[in-house]
Design a protein around this ligand. Sequence first.
Ligand SMILES: Cc1cc2nc3c(=O)[nH]c(=O)nc-3n(C[C@H](O)[C@H](O)[C@H](O)COP(=O)(O)O)c2cc1C
Length: 444
Amino acid sequence: MGRERQMALVGFMQASNVSVYAGSWRHPDSSPDFLTAGYYQHIGQVLERGCFDMLFFDDRLAMPGIYGNSVAETVRSGARCVKLDVSLTLAMIAAATQRIGLGATYSTTYYAPFHVARLFATLDHMSGGRAAWNIVTSVNDAEAQNYGFDQHLGHDERYAQADEFLEVVTGLWDTWEDGAILWDQANARFADPDKVHELHYKGQWYSSRGPLTVPRGPQGRPVLVQAGSSGQGKAFAARWADVVFTNTPELGQARANYAEQKAQFRAAGRNPDHVAILPLTYLVVAETEEEATAEEQYLLDLPEPMASLVLLSEATNLDFSGFELDEPVPQSFLDSATGMHGYIEGIKQYMGGRTPTLRDLALQRATLRQALRFVGTPTQVADQMQEWFEADACDGFVVAATSLPGTFETVTELLVPELQRRGLFRTEYDGTTLRSHLGLPRPS
Ligand SMILES: Cc1cc2nc3c(=O)[nH]c(=O)nc-3n(C[C@H](O)[C@H](O)[C@H](O)COP(=O)(O)O)c2cc1C
């Protein structure tokens, strides 16, 4: 028999001045060294000491500039105004770690399939089989305008295009068979022409001749991650994803979503055990319950509304600058969002039928209220994680940071040992590739 089911843990990282929590750069446990390689390498090493399956960098291709059609408040408040190149940053971490999986977000709307296929295949080789790609379709007009377009593509069209993008990328990854390299120096046969194939893909949006210029990597294909929560997003995940990130803060909702997504995988002809569904989670852990509760209150109060509003406009592609903080925001306005559709659904659930004011929305975006959170001593937090894991609400967690590197140091030092004592989490890596950490087969 295989090992007991264990949870997967992923560190949610930003190559940025700030984490997904808008107050993080103002937290005393955050370091100002976010422009140095050593900062990211240290975090990678901390998470590897904690046996995390993977760390991954989120990304977006513009400074938030939708709110008031300006970046001034973004720059002043530090609301994700810095975004370094994620693949180069990841490569620096790869060189300083041995086992932890390494994920980066790449947009199917603004990059070319050949470029993305080559990048992740290269990263898979250079890291010894640890590469993962978080597939996004991007969300707003500021991104479009950085890439020479006026407007972002419509939601459903983006997903249709993304499907084709994935056909090209996975097709290119498969252009080299295993064992194609011969390295036969005596007979001048570097590789076997029968094992390297052209692709000749022609679709509505993309065409690619191939083959890829990178041989098949240690993982066969890098791990594919996806986080769409709309109908199209979930259908896309069922077709392509090995790992699904969700934002389901309530247990009943998470269980229902988990059952639905696993069923969608089955219906798509895939083994539902070969996909990990992981909710975005804040972990506020301290030695005593009093300390944890005090930290939670501090974290609830720290983000300023303007930073959240800038990020709300970024995610929804809606300019909220016409509303006063205590003014109701009509549903029709929210429904006109062309950014993240699932996010708008999440707001509706959070409001429970009430019409939100702008302040309600600001209090939720990029704050502690935006996702599932577990607060307490290591025992208390482990209890809550265990409850979710054993209730089939998830296969593990994507851990968001409220300070960097602070959160990941605390989680590794205080919480991981408690999860390990319970047999819920590995005490060491038994394989070398990310696929093996996640219990995923290597595609033939
Ligand atoms: C944990 C997590 C990480 C995400 N990372 C990114 C990201 O890096 N870049 C991005 O544009 N969207 C990111 N998203 C958003 C999703 O990719 C997706 O756009 C969003 O859930 C809306 O998809 P939908 O329109 O299918 O609902 C993330 C979502 C979650 C839950």
